[in-house]
Design a protein around this ligand. Structure first.
Ligand code: 48F
Length: 272
């Protein structure tokens, strides 16, 4: 092994460093131009979905528009960095080795920083590729089925530059974009399709009611259009369920269910 003094005196070339970055990232992007499941949103629902999809042996990647993953996990409740889950969801924390403490009346409390990091590690170790700084601005829709996503750098979007995006083909897409449910909104806007909701459109999330929100989230986690599955807060927004604040069991369970639906739906995919 070389001593640190020797390393420090070794030649470092800027163009070589740049070359390594460009070569390796380009390779990763090229390898993910076609995936089984494209997951949009790197919050708790998207990262959990990615872990389960990966564990099922499917090729998957997550597109997160921010430079960091974790979505709404980090801030816990009013910036007190703790999240709460109930008994039925604590196995999802155990599976990724998140430590938690038992609180009152069957609540389990975990550190939100640890949860965000370990949700991401779980997804990566299951084989999912996470891309950050990339925003999904549109869907690929072929023959009445969603067949991929359209991506661009968030920096391009923020600067309002006119730069054409590129398409990523996938057998299934999971909308885990949180409160916005932006992919389902795009689908409705572009196809005028009627969703399986009360009004046929996006209902919009209801006022905070943790108990009701947690109990409805799994019912709302479903394929709303062939090839498009909605998970996490996006599912609440689409089906008009209440938001639930810093209780996160429903988000994790929703990600798990979305992965199972995605695996089934991917078998129905036919290439055009
Ligand atoms: O908001 P977010 O954490 O959604 P979630 O996984 O979990 C919700 C909870 O965090 C919390 C809650 C619990 O009761 O209410 O809010 O359903 O994560 C959504 C992620 O999607 C990204 C966004 O930056 C965030 O990290 N995102 C949203 N739209 C896009 C996107 C897009 N168009 N392209 C790429 N990423």
């Amino acid at each position: 092994m070389l001593a640190p003094e020797k390393w420090i005196s070794m030649k470092v070339d800027e163009s070589e460093i740049a070359g390594e970055i460009i070569k390796h990232f380009s390779r990763d992007l090229l390898e993910n131009l076609e995936v089984d499941v494209a997951i949009v949103g790197g919050g708790p629902a998207g990262l959990t979905a990615a872990r389960y999809v990966g564990r099922l042996g499917l090729k998957t990647c997550v597109f997160e528009r921010n430079l960091h993953i974790g979505g709404g996990i980090w801030g816990g409740g009013i910036l007190f960095p703790r999240i709460v889950v109930q008994e039925h969801a604590k196995r999802l924390l155990e599976e990724i080795n998140v430590k938690f403490e038992k609180g009152e009346r069957g609540y389990y409390v975990a550190d939100s920083v640890e949860t965000a990091c370990k949700c991401a590690i779980g997804a990566i170790e299951a084989g999912a590729k996470i891309f950050v700084g990339l925003s999904v601005e549109d869907l690929l829709i072929r023959e009445k089925r969603v067949g991929g996503v359209v991506i661009n750098w968030k920096a391009v979007e923020a600067a309002k530059m006119h730069v054409d995006p590129i398409g990523i083909e996938s057998k299934v897409v999971i909308d885990a974009t949180g409160h916005e449910a932006s992919l389902v909104r795009t689908l409705v806007e572009k196809t005028k399709v009627k969703l399986p909701t009360r009004s046929g459109g996006v209902e919009g999330e209801g006022p905070m009611w943790a108990e009701k929100g947690e109990s409805e989230i799994l019912k709302s986690t479903r394929e709303v259009y062939p090839g498009l599955i909605v998970a996490g807060m996006a599912a609440c927004t689409v089906f008009g369920s209440p938001r639930m604040g810093p209780i996160f069991g429903g988000m994790l369970l929703s990600g798990e269910k979305a992965a199972r639906i995605a695996a089934k739906s991917s078998k129905r995919f036919k290439r055009h």
